[in-house]
Design a protein around this ligand. Structure first.
Ligand code: NAD
Ligand code: MG
Length: 333
């Protein structure tokens, strides 16, 4: 396993947040009041694993704790400053990858967190429970299949019962399988991708609305593929474009109620999605090498974006898409 240096990395996290604040404005700057103190400006890229990555495959949906190197979820490095104190968040696919890094950052910012995930992912969920409760926050775990409408529409009620309310909804779970061509794209896969990535978001958002009040935030995870349309991700790319449309229409629907709706568009990020059929296994060792930054991103590198979009201080941004693509193209405004 790749060795990380948590102490040095913690310093880097603080420094990076100070850097981000300098370039992205006041809303982000709130997160920069950290322990970093007078830490110098530092390029965190030097600290993260670079290609080639070890060859590996897991059966879907995979476990983060079995990846090599293990993704950086921010548990050792993200520094919170109380930006989400007292908020209650529900995150789909919160057990691993990007959703997990958002869950940890939310907890470190003072929020209680509920996650939805597949029963097969229980080991990652249990590990997350330890981290979030270690931050002194309440954690609720709801295993189930988001293609099941009854389960999905029950999640907001379950969250309110467990956490006392719901302020932040993160529609983040997704199904992604690489196919050589349209002939290899089965009806079953097409259906699973649509149900997981679109139907679940529709069902869950609708069921959550009665619980969301003014100041609440919805964050949808889209992707750079909404702009780049890679030829081997046909069904998946369709859904990631549709998520942007949904984000923009819901922003217009909900602005008058004080609820903001934004999307994040990640580039290539080192998560279980990619080692369980999301990418051509032959190309996995060079994952992210063709970005400007020259490597895959780590989930922790997206956490500040999710925190910013959840933070009521970000009050003039709705219907927007925020990229974290390592320099790749980003879906347009
Ligand atoms: P991940 O595998 O860690 O997370 C995806 C999660 O989706 C899984 O943990 C699982 O809990 C959930 N999920 C899938 N099918 C489900 C079902 N039927 N029922 C319940 N839960 C289900 O991978 P990730 O990369 O962190 O993915 C999170 C989001 O980021 C996804 O929306 C993905 O499309 C997006 N994204 C990822 C990348 C990347 O390179 N990793 C790039 C762009 C966008
Ligand atoms: Mg997972």
């Amino acid at each position: 396993m790749t060795d990380f240096n948590p102490t040095r990395r913690a310093l880097m996290a603080g420094a990076a947040m100070v850097g981000a604040a300098a370039t992205t404005g006041a809303a982000f700057a709130q997160g920069a009041q950290s322990d970093a103190g007078d830490a110098p400006m530092t390029d965190r890229s030097a600290e993260f694993p670079k290609p080639p990555y070890p060859e590996q495959q897991q059966p879907w949906p995979g476990l983060e704790q079995q990846m090599d190197p293990r993704p950086d979820d921010g548990s050792q490095t993200y520094i919170g400053t109380g930006r989400l104190r007292g908020k209650r968040a529900l995150i789909t696919g919160g057990d691993s990858g990007i959703g997990r890094a958002a869950a940890i950052a939310f907890a470190k910012e003072g929020a209680d967190v509920a996650i939805a995930y597949l029963p097969a992912e229980e080991p990652d969920a249990q590990d997350l429970k330890r981290i979030i409760e270690g931050e002194g926050r309440t954690f609720a775990a709801f295993p189930g299949d988001l293609r099941d409408q009854g389960y999905t529409t029950s999640l907001p009620d379950q969250t309110v019962q467990a956490l006392g309310g719901l302020d932040i909804l993160v529609n983040n779970a997704a199904y992604q399988q690489w196919v050589p061509g349209l002939e290899e794209l089965s009806d079953e896969q097409f259906d699973q991708t649509m149900k997981t990535n679109l139907y679940a978001m529709f069902w869950l958002t609708k069921a959550a609305l009665p619980h969301l009040s003014s100041g609440s935030a919805i964050i949808n995870t889209s992707s750079e593929v909404a702009a780049t349309s890679p030829k081997n991700l046909i069904d998946y790319s369709m859904t990631k474009s549709a998520i942007l449309s949904f984000t923009k229409t819901m922003a217009k629907q909900l602005a008058s109620r004080g609820i903001r709706v934004n999307a994040v568009a990640p580039g290539p990020i080192w998560t279980p999605l990619q080692v369980t059929g999301g990418q051509n296994p032959e190309e996995l060792p060079q994952f992210g090498a063709d970005t400007a930054i020259g490597r895959a991103g780590q989930p922790v590198e997206l956490a500040p974006l999710y925190v910013a979009l959840a933070d009521p201080a970000f009050s003039y941004s709705t219907g927007q898409v925020f990229g974290a693509t390592g320099g790749d193209a980003q879906p347009g405004a």
